[in-house]
Design a protein around this ligand. Structure first.
Ligand code: DAH
Length: 353
């Protein structure tokens, strides 16, 4: 056995072993390991080059050239192999991630407009045609706007804790508005007559729930103030509303009622469109469907916001929005609107967004 194997034999061994091992390399990790074993700083070829010094001087140039040639050959082989592996890897990942673009897509679930929102839009549109602007007000109100400026004094039963959800009562009375009427004073404070606004929005009452009572519901307030406004204007506007909503045949009815912020005050009803006023289950055999309260703005309310009641008059009204939908769509239970039952809401799918 020779102590130092001949240079050529050594290089041939390294070459044969390296190329055979490269054949078996199947992934980038193995390729890295291969590179370290054969070409790296601690690899076989480097070790061979280090041993060159121990060769007879005459053999060194040839051995050095042969070793460098082998290094180039193995480096090239390694690069080719790596490229193959990378390409194969890419192919595999593409195949794995492939999507079938011919499959039918998943249909996105489109929402619909809530019937109450839809009614508010419809009401806004109807009143816009009669010159009313739609404005919005805060749902958390002060006692001053919710009551005082509406001529509801502190000892009035409506201020009783049983009807009103009180948020704070220490320094100032803060409530969840019990109606949209506080926007009457807020609007008038912001502008001089003429005023023509409608105010849709949520209102809150501390109240037991049943088929016709909710602790949260929607109202739409109306207010018109100008010189020479009379009850005939109020009647004309509300009759037009009834006709736009329920058809040209409809008639309306006013009856005396009391609200502290109007004088005179009325409740108003529309004759039942289902039975044409003859009496049926929907109108509880009365022939009439109650729509809301209304009246001529009380002089004290006008005075409270600095309007001269001798110069200006006005009318106001308040509608229950849920009531309007119930009458129009035949909904029997007000709790359905906020009940979050999709089977109920899907019936209004025609109110597409
Ligand atoms: N704010 C009253 C309520 O919630 C409804 C109402 C009645 C509003 C008469 C008005 C009105 O503007 O004139 O019961």
């Amino acid at each position: 056995m020779t102590a130092v194997p001949t240079t050529d034999a050594n290089l041939d061994e390294i070459r044969g072993g390296a190329l055979a091992a490269l054949e078996n390399v199947t992934n980038p990790t193995e390729a890295d390991a291969w590179e370290r074993t054969y070409l790296g700083a601690k690899g076989e070829l480097t070790a061979f080059l280090r041993r060159l010094g121990s060769l007879p001087a005459d053999d060194r140039p040839a051995a050095g050239r042969a070793a460098n040639a082998l290094k180039q050959e193995l480096t090239a082989a390694y690069e080719t192999r790596s490229q193959h592996l990378a390409a194969a890897d890419l192919e595999r990942r593409l195949a794995e991630d492939a999507i079938d673009i011919t499959l039918p897509g998943r249909e996105p679930a489109l929402g619909v407009v809530h019937p109450v929102s839809r009614m508010i839009e419809e009401l806004s549109d109807i009143f816009a045609l009669m010159g009313f602007q739609t404005v919005f007000g805060p749902e958390v109100e002060t006692g001053r706007y919710n009551f005082d400026l509406l001529n509801i004094p502190s000892d009035h039963p409506a201020r009783d804790v049983w009807d009103t959800i009180i948020v704070e009562s220490d320094r100032e009375e803060i409530v969840l508005r019990t109606h949209t009427s506080p926007m009457q004073a807020r609007t008038m404070e912001q502008t001089e007559p003429p005023v023509r606004v409608v105010v849709p929005g949520r209102v809150y009452r501390y109240e037991a729930q049943d088929a016709s009572h909710e602790w949260m519901f929607h109202q739409l307030e109306g207010l018109a103030v100008d010189t020479n406004i009379t009850m005939a204007d109020l009647k004309g506007v509300l009759r037009e509303l009834a006709r736009q909503l329920f058809g040209p045949e409809r008639r309306i009815r006013f009856r005396c009622d009391f609200f502290p912020f109007v004088e005179p005050g009325v409740d108003f009803a529309v004759d039942c469109a289902i039975c044409n006023g003859q009496g049926c289950r929907v109108c509880k055999h009365s022939g009439w469907l109650e729509m809301g309260g209304a009246g001529m703005v009380h002089p004290k309310v006008l005075q409270g916001v600095g309007y001269d009641p001798k110069r200006y008059t006005g009318f106001a009204f308040g509608l229950g929005v849920e009531r309007m939908v119930m009458m129009k769509e035949g909904v029997g239970d007000v709790r359905a609107f906020a009940g979050n039952d999709l089977r109920f809401l899907r019936q209004f799918a025609r109110f597409a967004v």
